[in-house]
Design a protein around this ligand. Structure first.
Ligand code: ADP
Length: 262
């Protein structure tokens, strides 16, 4: 079940991505609405990270077309913030927490301007939002995994983008941090931003997201959570792994939970 939207913030037509001539994403057609918290779900190796990288032009597509804000990527890059997986980054790079978050502001600075007081203030505000303001001077190599993740999110916030693409932002963080980050993402969507998150836990996904994309090399489903989370589509996405993961009836029950109403 693939639900198309009018005036999509992101539109993908017939996208195929291959590594070494082996396709790992086939013929993906997708359109996403603005202002929603959107989860990409699927088993390991389903192509979730690849989809985000293809949207950002970080991996070449064999076929297909991506439009963001009805434009080409290069025209709207500064309106998009990409948060890669934490493990894909060299955290031993000598930089302080403040340096890393200030880097988020560079896209809006232009070529010859150096970051100044305004950019520092933005960075400090973002660090406060993720509860990391007391670590400004700390080297990023000296942070725990969860703290690094929060700094990464502060850096994305400092970009002041309209669309956020986050690859496993909850990986390696404790439950309290996960809840805090989720609340922050929810505030962002309430303020009109669109947040797309690769997520591996189906149970929490049912609580967190408004819109769900189910992927397993092909696009299985994309739509409002209450429409697309069905036993049939979950089985199509996860196959035999679903029984190992969880009880399907629990997931179906959870999808009707609305965190905003609790
Ligand atoms: P997911 O995020 O859903 O776990 P990925 O998008 O990371 O899946 O990977 C999809 C498939 O592509 C997997 O089979 C993975 O091994 C393969 N793959 C990912 N990155 C590369 C790469 N750089 N080179 C070759 N194969 C890759």
């Amino acid at each position: 079940m693939i639900i198309n939207v009018e005036s999509p913030i992101l539109e993908i037509h017939d996208l195929t991505v291959s590594y070494d001539q082996t396709p790992v994403l086939w013929n993906v057609d997708l359109s996403l609405p603005m202002g929603k918290l959107i989860g990409i779900l699927g088993p390991n190796g389903a192509g979730k990270s690849t989809l985000i990288k293809a949207i950002m032009g970080l991996v070449p597509s064999t076929a297909g077309h991506v439009k963001l804000f009805d434009r080409e990527l290069k025209e709207v890059r500064s309106r998009i913030s990409y948060v890669p997986q934490r493990e894909s980054v060299d955290w031993n790079f000598p930089a302080s927490v403040l340096d890393v978050v200030m880097m988020g502001t560079y896209g809006k600075l232009g070529l010859f301007r150096r970051p100044g007081k305004k950019e520092k203030n933005i960075a400090m505000e973002c660090l406060e939002k993720v509860g990391m303001q007391s670590f400004v001077g700390r080297q990023i190599s000296e942070l725990s995994g969860g703290q690094q993740q929060r700094v990464f999110i502060a850096r994305a916030l400092a970009q002041e983008a309209d669309l956020y693409l986050m690859d496993e932002p909850f990986a390696g963080v404790d439950m309290a941090t996960e809840t805090a980050i989720f609340q922050l993402l929810r505030e962002m969507t309430t303020a009109g931003k669109t947040v797309v998150v690769v997520h591996h836990d189906i149970h929490s996904a049912m609580n967190y997201f408004d819109w769900i994309i189910m992927l397993n090399l092909h696009l299985v489903a994309s739509g409002p959570k209450t429409d697309v989370v069905t036993e049939e589509l979950l089985r199509k996405t996860y196959g035999g792994k679903l029984n190992l993961l969880t009880k399907v009836s629990d997931i179906i029950r959870q999808k009707d939970f609305n965190p905003l109403k609790s």
